[in-house]
Design a protein around this ligand. Sequence first.
Ligand code: BES
Ligand code: MN
Ligand code: ZN
Length: 461
Amino acid sequence: MGADRAPGPGAEYVLDRLGSWVGEHLEGVGFSGKPGEVAVVPTAGGIGYRWVVMVGVGDDPDPETVRRAAGAGYRAAPRAEHLVTTLHQLPVTGALAATVEGALLAGYRYEDYRSKPSDRPVPDVGLAAPVPPGWMDTVERCRVVVEAVNAARDWVNQPPQDQGPADLAASMSALATEAGMTVEIWDEKKLTEEGMGGIMSVGRGSHRPPRLVRMIGPGEGPRLTLAGKGITFDSGGLSLKPAKNQELMKFDMSGAAAVAAAGVAISRLGLGVKVEVLAALAENMPGGGATRPGDVFTARNGKTVEVVNTDAEGRLVLADALSLGAEGSPDLMVDVATLTGATAVAVGLRYGGLYGTEDARRMVAEAAETAGERVWPLPLPPEYRKLLDSPVADMKNTGGRWAGGITAALVLQEFTGDVPWAHLDIPGPAKTKNAKHYLAAGATGFGVRTLVELAVLMERN
Ligand code: BES
Ligand code: MN
Ligand code: ZN
């Protein structure tokens, strides 16, 4: 990767010189080329670029390694206005897309709430010749995907005082309409009429009433329904979270952001699937009207739930969204949610936990692999269902201390009918504390790329 070209020699000339230049200077900078390694080397102008950014990819890189290297190189480039990369020339399947995605993703910043925006220019990224045939189409496709990831990041990063359920619904609707989707927003009156008892139960304690956004894409083909948990802020409700645990709870609408953004990308790309997105939006607050531990509600599919802990709210909004989704008998239904701390305890901060019926899980795992997002399967043992038995209703909303991610998924399963279904629990990877490779600190947009790849997979099969 070269940074900030001085006026003068063209890219071919520079690349020609670059090979030998890097060869001569490798030893001097002690660069071993391990994945994640970055070295910024001033050239004193000798080869037409002021800096060379060297990024390691190891001996046998996969596309995600290339994506991360492109992002790391981009972020390391010192105050450059122009970057020219050679990473797309690596003999790696999908190297071009990975390079473009990595660099574009790394250009994301969230600065709406800074008094002074950063004075660091966002560099242009050029691809050094030679580029493969059809490269412009690949770049355009990557641009659509990255714009969707960045839309999800914007929604998630937005401070919660300025983004209640109605605000988020309007914002999602605007982007979806532009992408050619048809959109309905269900307000609290419609939600009540339609029997959405779970969403209403969660939203009751907030001055800002809940919403359901339903968006349907223009494509034709196999039917994919995406449901997302959209808690614009999770205080825990009357089962109030301790202060420390509330700090990051504006992120609790990451699942809804991911499914809405993915629906937009799938529609803009014209993929051959019929996509339906259901974003279940509510704010979980402990106001005077709030649901109490011990309250019982009836979900969209007629099942009753005893709320023993109001902080287990994501499964309640998803209960209605999944019920509604299952009514349409799609070929595949996937939900995405920052559902449980327990899943993060099980698989850590960098993996999503993947639950669901076997074929659905397999497809989502394959899509995630292609997209370079890390997920890991977890079981849904029927024998654990009894942990949810309630003395008064069809089920309780929590299953006790053990296997919290699994018992949460078992609650969801009660609302999926016989539809092939996968559930992606992303408490860890939805956000990152520190910037790294193509990630800025804050929201990551995790899940968007996997869902787009999933649509590609369904289109193909
Ligand atoms: N939104 C949280 C889950 C969460 C926790 C996401 C930490 C990201 C980081 C969810 O609504 C929640 O509070 N879950 C409870 C469930 C419990 C009350 C059964 C949890 O995980 O502790
Ligand atoms: Mn909660
Ligand atoms: Zn939550």
